[in-house]
Design a protein around this ligand. Structure first.
Ligand code: SF4
Length: 321
């Protein structure tokens, strides 16, 4: 987790109310090649990533998350030269039924998609012509690694000019002022257009529609409002993250329940998409730890700012622009 003061780029004033924070994946510098400091983020997606003109990549041009992370790095004296997005598309194929001839071939060769099949799978095929989990895994592995790896995985650079990061810093300051305003006036406007986003009801719909109350036994107060930042000290109400700003932009009432009142359902379960994303982060962290040790590459997340350049007067002058 990385934190920094929220600074008004026009006046250099520090916010007395808010800090900014984010959970970055990785910063790497390539020793012996150049002194680049590149921010890597790991993403999962359900939509097309193979087409360079796909909406996924177009949206990334205006996505605030790279700017948020790069601003955090800049404010901590580790100015990034760029960002790279590693994106994994989730599989859309499912276990399937096999034709009789295919079943016969697998049983005869004891092989499926270049994998040796276990006795359990061969036995199961005698009783059913549906792929076992082992067979599905073999077909999926072949699809990911040989047949169409570009469908599943893409790595793209995400450029951000200094002026774009400064623009984001200005927007972030303004958002901070707006959050402060609604906090002080206690006017947390509802946005009915966001109640059914992504085809499912907002978790606070029961409260907003008068069928439930934040004080009912279905809800509890969170001890810390940023669940994605477990290492954060305090209750987190004075911290702005990219997720929090996005929530505020989506619906101020939702922001109030999530980040000001800080409530969650007693039975709140981790969503499948979140769980998958978390697993993907763990897997890529393991991959990178191996890669970093063996390939002359360093992770700078833990480096003191002085080793990679402070947030110098020159940089601060840029913020004053
Ligand atoms: S918090 Fe906002 S998005 Fe959620 S139900 Fe209420 S008005 Fe709709």
């Amino acid at each position: 987790m990385v934190q920094a003061d929220l600074i008004n780029p026009s006046t250099q004033a520090k916010s007395r109310t808010f800090k900014i924070a984010g959970e970055e994946d990785l910063i790497v510098g390539v020793i012996g090649y150049d002194d680049s400091h590149i921010l890597f983020d790991h993403k999962t997606a359900s939509q097309d990533i193979a087409d360079p003109d796909a909406p996924y990549w177009r949206q990334l041009v205006v996505e605030s998350q790279p700017s948020h992370y790069m601003l955090l790095e800049w404010l901590n004296g580790r100015k990034c030269d760029g960002a790279v997005w590693d994106v994994l598309r989730k599989p859309s194929i499912a276990p399937k039924k096999l034709a009789k001839a295919e079943v016969a071939r697998v049983c005869a060769n004891q092989d499926y998609c270049n994998w040796q099949m276990s006795d359990e799978t061969l036995q199961s095929l005698q009783e059913s012509n549906r792929e076992t989990l082992e067979m599905y895994e073999a077909r999926l592995a072949l699809d990911c690694t040989k047949t169409r790896p570009e469908w599943y995985f893409q790595r793209r650079s995400v450029p951000r000019l200094d002026c774009e990061i400064l623009d984001y810093a200005r927007e972030l300051w303004e958002h901070g002022q707006e959050v402060l305003h609604v906090r002080n006036t206690q006017r947390h406007a509802r946005n009915s257009g966001a109640c059914m986003l992504y085809g499912s009801p907002c978790k606070f719909l029961g409260i907003c529609s008068g069928h439930d109350s934040p004080d009912s036994d279905k809800w509890k107060r969170k001890s810390q409002v940023h669940v994605e930042l477990p290492g954060l000290e305090g209750d987190g109400r004075g911290v702005l993250t990219n997720s929090r700003i996005r929530c505020f932009q989506t619906c101020r009432r939702k922001h109030y329940y999530s980040y000001e009142l800080g409530i969650e359902r007693q039975d709140e379960a981790e969503k499948e998409a979140l769980a998958f994303g978390r697993l993907w982060h763990v897997a890529l962290a393991a991959y990178w730890s191996y890669f970093l040790e063996g390939n002359n590459v360093v992770c700078n997340n833990e480096s003191p700012a002085s080793t990679v350049g402070d947030f110098s007067n020159t940089d601060q002058a840029a913020f004053a622009g």
